[in-house]
Design a protein around this ligand. Structure first.
Ligand code: FAD
Ligand code: NAD
Length: 475
């Protein structure tokens, strides 16, 4: 007799595994199917985020930043060291060990929540049946009352620069280099290009980033992007904007990359080329033709605001559906889908999703940029505060950047918060809460912030909106 579950989740990335846990917390019987295989040939739960994305990239960002600081900042603090050297093998071992601990943790969470973690391929058939093909063993058809598709995304490959897993690699390949490339090329100055470009630049590569757009970090607030671009260039990242890559030829000595920009036809030779030009929804062999699932013109599974597909009882969440490709967005959608299955009211506030770029300085924002507010026709005020005037940032020797707040001129409601500077990714949590509660800048002005702390920059920026900053001259 075939097995049946209240909920079958396909995909155990941050969208799928969280959905499975939440459904189990509602007392549902749950199976979660995942086929992820790491480069060592071992299967692991956790999807892109834990195995090849958020977590390993943050491990390498932290390690490389520490190396950079030991080499360049310790002296300023009055700390003398002997020669500081990179041990890339040990650094990569640490990254792999963090990934192993966290992915193993998901297997543990599945057990604790009595979720059946199934290793292999899942495919939705008509009538909410799921075909499960295990890595070893016989194909099984599982009956489900509800199905959650959480199949994630894959890197976009450029026809002119196909991945060869050696010279031309995607972000996963670039996380696992076993030697520091002397010359590293990166196509795309998006989040991955900047994070991984920063890692290898700090570890010693000469990094050239080729970005097709004329604007740097077009999705960020212009004031923030300007400060970040200047700082990254000072750190040695050679960011070329308006650079359209036309060819990448792999030769004996590396990759010759041709592009054109405002100066005409150009070319560079690099030892490794990372292509980071975005990701596409991954839906290969995910559902049968008669399963009733529809894809939009860009390949995303069509869902409504509540992540329901066209088939009753079938949901889709995470990178395989519209919206920003972020782990926390996928997880919240997973929670929403599980809550709806349990008959509860649930929603995701798509207007209040924080974005963080984990470079140094970090970049983080939530809500609208000043350009978006201006375009919407709403009258607004802004206030900002530079970290150069923050006692805590000075003590940390990390004074680049600022916090900026935009609020409605009419009722003072906060419309957007933008930060470039130390710990921006942590500081943004206060702003997310403020937007979620429709707070005004006055609410933040009257909230006591510990001294000395980086969070005081948000407090001062909120005061600056009304020309009341205390520790920096007002406009
Ligand atoms: P995924 O994590 O891609 O998981 C999908 C899972 O489903 C995979 O394990 C896949 O093998 C499995 N699967 C797919 N189809 C099937 C099938 N038919 N049968 C069985 N299993 C299947 N986001 C952030 O928010 N913060 C960050 O700092 C961040 N850093 C990143 C760094 C890098 C280098 C990359 C590449 C991405 C990063 N992201 C980050 C994005 C983040 O990884 C994704 O948004 C997130 O992983 C999406 O979660 P998901 O569960 O939708 O999909
Ligand atoms: P992205 O969309 O952030 O950036 C891609 C960049 O490549 C864009 O700036 C684009 O203009 C440029 N580009 C596209 N085609 C090009 C071409 N032919 N030549 C030159 N430039 C080109 O995509 P990504 O950096 O690949 O990241 C993929 C996804 O992963 C993103 O959606 C991102 O949200 C997510 N991610 C998030 C984090 C984080 O939250 N910290 C970190 C890494 C990745």
């Amino acid at each position: 007799m075939s097995r049946s579950f209240d909920v079958v989740v396909i995909g155990a990335g941050p969208a799928g595994y969280v959905a499975a846990i939440r459904a189990a917390q509602h007392g549902k019987s749950v199976a979660c199917i995942d086929e992820w295989k790491n480069k060592d040939g071992k299967n692991a739960f956790g999807g892109t985020c834990l195995n090849a994305g958020c977590i390993p990239s943050k491990a390498m960002l932290e390690s490389s930043e520490l190396l950079h600081r030991a080499k360049h900042e310790f002296k300023k603090h009055g700390i003398k060291t002997g020669e500081v050297e990179l041990d890339l093998t040990a650094m990569q071992k640490r990254r792999a060990s963090i990934v192993r601990q966290l992915t193993g943790g998901i297997a543990g969470l599945f057990k604790a929540n009595k979720i059946e973690g199934l290793v292999g391929h899942g495919k939705l058939l008509a009538g909410k049946q799921v075909e499960f093909t295990p890595v070893d063993g016989d194909v099984e058809v599982i009956a489900a009352k509800n199905v959650i598709l959480a199949s994630g995304s894959s890197p976009i490959e450029l026809g002119i620069a196909p991945f060869d897993d050696d010279r031309i690699v995607d972000s996963w390949g670039a996380l696992e280099f076993d030697a520091v490339p002397q010359r590293l090329g990166v196509v795309g100055a998006g989040v991955i290009g900047l994070e991984l470009g920063s890692v290898w630049a700090r570890l010693g590569s000469e990094v050239t980033v080729l970005e097709a757009m004329d604007d740097f970090l077009f999705m960020a607030d212009r004031d923030i992007a300007k400060i970040a671009a200047k700082d990254f260039r000072q750190q040695g990242l050679d960011i070329k904007l308006g650079a359209k890559v036309s060819a990448a030829k792999v030769g004996k000595n590396g990759v010759e990359v041709s592009y054109d920009d405002s100066n005409g036809d150009q070319s560079i030779e690099v030892d490794k080329l990372v292509v980071a030009v975005g990701r596409r929804p991954h839906t290969d062999n995910l559902f049968a033709d008669d399963a009733g699932i529809q894809l939009d013109e860009r390949g995303f599974i069509v869902v409504d605001e509540e992540c329901r597909t066209r088939v009753k009882g079938v949901y889709a969440v995470g990178d395989c559906v519209r919206g920003p490709m972020l782990a926390h967005k996928g997880s919240e959608e997973g929670v929403m889908a599980a809550d709806l299955i349990a008959g509860e009211t649930a929603e995701v506030n798509y207007d209040v999703i924080p974005s963080v770029v984990y470079t140094a300085p970090e970049i983080a924002w939530v809500g609208k940029t000043e350009a978006e507010v201006k375009a919407s026709g709403v009258a607004y005020k802004t206030g900002s505060f530079p970290f150069a005037a923050s006692g805590r940032a000075k003590a940390m020797e990390q004074t680049t950047g600022m916090a900026k707040i935009i609020s409605s001129a009419e009722d003072d409601e906060i419309l957007g918060v933008h930060i470039v500077g130390p710990m921006a990714g942590e500081l943004i949590a206060e702003a997310v809460l403020a937007l979620e509660f429709s707070a005004s800048t006055e609410d933040i002005q009257r909230t006591i912030h510990a001294h000395p702390s980086l969070a005081e920059a948000i407090h001062e920026a909120s005061l600056a909106v009304d020309n009341r900053a205390l520790n920096y001259p007002n406009k």
